[in-house]
Write a protein that binds this ligand. Sequence first.
Ligand code: ADP
Ligand code: MG
Length: 218
Amino acid sequence: MFELKSLSHRYPAGQELAFPDWTLAQGEHAVLVGPSGSGKTTLLSIVGGMLSPSQGQAIVAGQDIAQLSAGTLDRFRGQTIGLVPQRLHLIASLTVAENLQLAQYLARLPQDASRISAVLDRLGLAELAKRRPHQLSGGQAQRVAIARAVVNQPKLLLADEPTANLDDAATEAVIALLEREAAVVGASLLIASHDGRVKGRFARHLALSQSCPAQVAA
Ligand code: ADP
Ligand code: MG
């Protein structure tokens, strides 16, 4: 589902972050681990098409994403990648259902209210469709962010530290939900986390280390 080739990134005035040549197969699930600052969010941003790497290639669903023009990239990202960001970035002025509609719109997909209802139903959010983000609990808001990430049936589902600040039961529930939703749409799943509870749930670990990222194997 993705393939990294000699990928590295350097922020202005920052140190170079080099990433191993990892691949993730269609439908495969893995956890991206590494200490804070090792580049987990940076890698998700590159693979998610939100950050252009300084060097190397990130090939997602067969497409070198750096080769896409801005407009094509928006559509590709919206249709191919589902991201649950660390800060959820739900639009405060829109209802839950409208936040999902916006994801369809940004991906240039036809408005599909029945798809939105089906996803909200499956995530136990049907009753909350008309609420705005400030009327949701933290756990509910996170489920809405997951619903938004899967509404377009992505090929790759990315989640950035989805269990920060959650207790054990909520952590278990969120990971189970991400795994189930990825399986329902046949997506590959990559969860960035430095949470030992999450790490233990996955057989495949992609490990970054702060000191020498390029040397670490999968
Ligand atoms: P992680 O998610 O593993 O904590 P990040 O990808 O957020 O790591 O950060 C990796 C490194 O890049 C850190 O040293 C961080 O300070 C730096 N960094 C992250 N984002 C930016 C940015 N927008 N501008 C400059 N440096 C950044
Ligand atoms: Mg991070």
